[in-house]
Design a protein around this ligand. Structure first.
Ligand code: NDP
Length: 433
């Protein structure tokens, strides 16, 4: 904490992992002797840069850009870019740190990194978004590459932004290196299922977790926070498995539809019109909108936080438990505080931890890289099957590691341990670098 003052989210992410791996360190003192812990919490490289851009009225703005290249022991750095006004180094470092273990869990050869900017895309014109992305890439391009560092989307960065970023990269490099970014459009190197992957993968993981505990998604009442990329496709897949999603949100409030959310309306409002979720009640007057409230007030069997970090604190966790929740699936990164997670575990609530449960997005990004390298595209069914298999495997690894270290059913610890072991062993084999 002294070394990284003020980076509270980063401290929180590190504390959670270090606590989980205590039994591993007891069994493997060689990790301590070889300085694995000191090295794994220190990014290999951190880049911060100025992003100047001109708005539609000719005014000049200056934002800050970040790319934290955290760990490349098992592959090129890989992780998304977040554009949100709250972004600062502590958020990018927490995300980059978690990405190391998540990427390891996918079983694919990708290291951990993350980046972004404190730029707020809300209310900006398409032309402003494009100029910002071009300025951002004008600095970032010298630090990335298909074998070096491969960014993707995250909050505030979707297909539109990736398109502008890729266009500028290609122009600056004078080369068509499709594998430098993932989440691309389908006409220029994108992969089918990438858009849906994080949300679908979350539900595949939750399905496995429930099945291992003699439960299923069928007829369960689900509440989802957020209405962005992850939330939307988690809702779609959950509905396909026969669950009923009754509430979704954005940063301003939530909607409650007792008959089940109509996903086409959410897609229309969020993906086409880029408007607030409050619009939903205009299409469905029988639904209710609660301004300034969180979805965790709504009674449910399964809670899927898919918005942002620290969405469920200990009070909301208690409320969910009092309302009879049986499982929590973390679609967002670090959506529960560490105290909330402890409370869930004490009450035997099943928790699908973010690093494992939302790894489907980055796994499918790695499949996009593979297709780019082969200059081939797989069908929707092929990619979806690979994604499903990867999520099943991640669940098995998390379950097995938890059992091996005497914490059966604690998938948080299991995922942290399994993710850590692969990276730590690779770092050991490669010497002190
Ligand atoms: P989007 O930008 O598509 O959607 C984000 C959603 O969360 C929006 O509904 C947004 O509401 C809400 N939100 C964002 N910030 C806040 C905040 N500070 N307070 C309240 N609500 C907020 O992002 P994604 O769906 O891509 O990402 C959601 C989460 O999933 C993030 O934690 C991300 O790191 C994680 N994730 C994403 C992956 C991906 O493939 N996209 C992969 C793995 C993890 P509003 O519009 O009002 O801001």
């Amino acid at each position: 904490k002294k070394r990284n003052p003020g980076e509270s989210e980063f401290h929180q992410a590190v504390e959670e992992v270090l606590k989980s791996i205590e039994p591993v360190l007891e069994k493997h003192p060689e990790f301590i002797e070889n300085g694995i812990l000191e090295r794994i919490v220190e990014p290999e490289r951190q880049i911060m840069f100025r992003v100047p851009w001109v708005d539609d009225n000719g005014n000049i703005h200056v934002n800050r850009g970040f790319r934290v290249q955290f760990n490349s022991a098992i592959g090129p750095y890989k992780g998304g870019l977040r554009f949100h006004p709250s972004v600062y180094l502590g958020i990018i470092k927490f995300l980059g740190f978690e990405q190391i273990f998540k990427n390891s869990l996918t079983g694919l050869p990708i290291g951990g990194g993350k980046g972004g900017s404190d730029f707020d895309p809300k209310g900006k014109s398409d032309a402003e978004i494009m100029r910002f992305c071009q300025s951002f890439m004008t600095e970032l391009y010298r630090h990335i590459g298909p074998d070096v560092d491969v960014p993707a989307g995250d909050i505030g960065v979707g297909a539109r932004e990736i398109g502008y970023l890729f266009g500028q990269y290609r122009r600056l490099r004078n080369a068509y290196e499709a594998g430098v970014l993932t989440g691309k459009g389908l006409t220029y190197g994108g992969s089918l299922v990438r858009k849906e992957a994080t949300g679908f993968g979350l539900i595949y993981f939750v399905r496995e977790m429930l099945a291992a505990n003699n439960e299923s998604l069928k007829d369960k009442t689900i509440v989802i926070s957020g209405s962005g990329n992850v939330a939307t496709y988690a809702c779609q897949k959950a509905q396909e498995y026969g669950a009923k999603v009754v509430a979704m949100s954005d940063s301003k409030g939530y909607i409650y539809d007792k008959d089940g959310i109509k996903l086409d309306t959410i897609k229309q409002i969020k993906e086409v019109e880029r408007k607030r979720i409050s619009e939903y009640v205009k299409y469905h007057p029988e639904a209710e909108y609660y301004e300034g409230k969180k979805v965790w007030d709504v009674k449910c069997d399964i809670a899927l936080p898919c918005a942002t970090q620290n969405d469920i604190d200990v009070d909301y966790a208690q409320k969910l438990i009092d309302n009879g929740v049986i499982a929590v699936g973390e679609g967002a990164n670090m959506p529960c505080t560490n105290e909330a997670l402890d409370l869930f575990l004490e009450n035997n609530i099943l928790v699908a931890p973010a690093k494992a449960a939302n790894a489907g997005g980055v796994a499918t990004s790695a499949l996009e890289m593979a297709q780019n390298s082969m200059r081939l595209s797989w069908t929707f069914e092929e990619v979806n099957k690979k994604l499903d298999d990867i999520m099943v495997n991640i669940f098995k690894m998390s379950d097995k590691a938890a059992k091996e270290y005497g914490m059966e059913g604690n998938y948080i610890a299991g995922a942290n341990i399994a993710g850590f072991l692969k990276v730590a062993n690779a770092m050991m084999a490669q010497g002190t670098v």
